[in-house]
Design a binder for this molecule. Sequence first.
Ligand code: HPA
Length: 245
Amino acid sequence: MENYPTPHINAAPEDFAKTVLMPGDPLRAKFIAESFLEEAVQVNSVRNMLGFTGLYKGERVSVMGSGMGIPSIGIYSYELFNFFGVENIIRVGTAGGMSEKVKIRDVVIGMGACTNSNFVKQFHLPGDYAPIASWKLLEACVNKAKELNLNYKVGNVLSSDTFYGDDGCLPDELKGNALWAKMGVLAVEMESAALYMNAARAGKNALGIFTVSDHLITGEATSAEERQSSFTDMMKLALETAIAL
Ligand code: HPA
C-alpha cells in the first residue's frame, strides 16, 4: 500500500519538488509562493498547512508551512522525507538573538541545533546526539550568502520547546539563555533540531536559515518594515540555495 496521502498531507509524491522551503506559518508559505514563485499550485490543504509548488528561475521548488515547534515540524518533515520523496528541506524562520555576536536583522545559518526537547530519545542512542545541518546545503547556502553580500553568521542555534520559559526566578547567570549563550549558541527558535534529526535518520538533507527578529540580551525588536526586508534577504538566500543544489 502506498504511504500517501497521509493524515497530514493530501498530495502525491510528484506534487512536491525535491527541495521544500518551510516557514513556520502556512500563510507565509502562501505569501512566498505568490511573491517569489511562478506558476505556483497549491499541493496541501490539510489543517490549512498550506503547501505550494512552483518555479523559481525556471526550476521547481516547493514551499509548505511547518507549524510551530518540534512535534509539528517533526510530523511534516518526516512525511515529506519518507513518503513524498523530498530530498532537501530548508527551514526559513525567525529566531531570537542570544549572543552579542548577532544583531537584529542578521541572517543566521544554523550549522547545528541544540535542543531541550526529548525528540532524540526515540532513536535510543547510547549517548548525546549532535543535530547538524547537511554540509551540501550549508556549503551552498554560505556561498550564496557571500555572493549576495548579506550580513550572516553561521553557528549553533537552540531549538527550544518553550517560548515562555519559567526561569524568571533564577539568578541571571543560571537562566537558560545565559547558559546556552556561554556555549556560543547564537539564537533561539523552536524547530530545527527535529528537522536535522529526521533528515539524518532518513538519509536526506536539511538546513535552517533565520532572520533575527528580536534580541534576548539587548531587548531590541525589529519593526514590521525591517522584518519584511530581512525576510526578503533570507528568502532570496533560501531560493538561490535551493536551485544551486
Ligand atoms: N524564542 C523562540 N523562538 C523564537 C524567538 C524566541 O525568542 N524569537 C523568534 N523565534
